[in-house]
Ligand binder design. Sequence first.
Ligand SMILES: C[S@@+](CC[C@H](N)C(=O)[O-])C[C@H]1O[C@@H](n2cnc3c(N)ncnc32)[C@H](O)[C@@H]1O
Length: 220
Amino acid sequence: MKKLYGVGTGPGDKEFLTLKAVAIIQNAKVLFAPNNKGKNMALDTIEDFIKEQKVILIDFPMGKVTKEDYINAARIINKEIPDGETGAFLTIGDPMIYSTFIYIMKELEKLNMDIEIVPGIPSFVAGAAKSKTPLTVKGDNFLLCDEFKEELLGEVDSICILKTLKDKEELLNSLEKKNFDYRYIKRCTLEDEQIIADKDEILKDKDYISFIIGRRGAND
Ligand SMILES: C[S@@+](CC[C@H](N)C(=O)[O-])C[C@H]1O[C@@H](n2cnc3c(N)ncnc32)[C@H](O)[C@@H]1O
């Protein structure tokens, strides 16, 4: 029997790792993470806790990732964890939020792999704290999305949009039109973290590790 833990490593600063994540990472025989040009942000977060574990960066194609790629990743994980041992697949933030792990998990279940998820602090939760943006109070709702459409704003009180590189100006115009106060949060909890409210400055920035958090009527 072998077991894989899907481990959330939180927003980036190692102090936001959970004790459980650290224990599982330290006891794992193999650590897996997606290969981003030889690097991985989750792996950077846990670097102090890598000792004897084998580290495997799994390749995914640039652009569209197919079901075959997830099947292939599941096969690698199944092959690399020795019988009777555990592995940990690392994801930034939380594994159940917009992560590659979700697709791989489905393929691993078909191989009867024993799987357990260890939650991590999601990026937008860390960002809400850093920018002191309340996400919800009694009777409110909150929307998390990757790609933004103005129709989504409907009845929403607070919103976090993860993909900010495309159509950023339209996005900010929509938020303003619907009376949302917003912040752009970049590399949250990392040394070079920035929280930007100025529209022109937000429009200039092109960092993938960023999101926009907004709250309706926050300036009222
Ligand atoms: C594939 S999603 C992964 C989300 C992650 N599972 C989570 O729970 O936050 C990648 C996006 O997460 C966001 N993200 C993750 N860590 C971040 C950080 N430290 N600062 C700002 N944005 C971050 C960015 O919007 C990035 O485009």
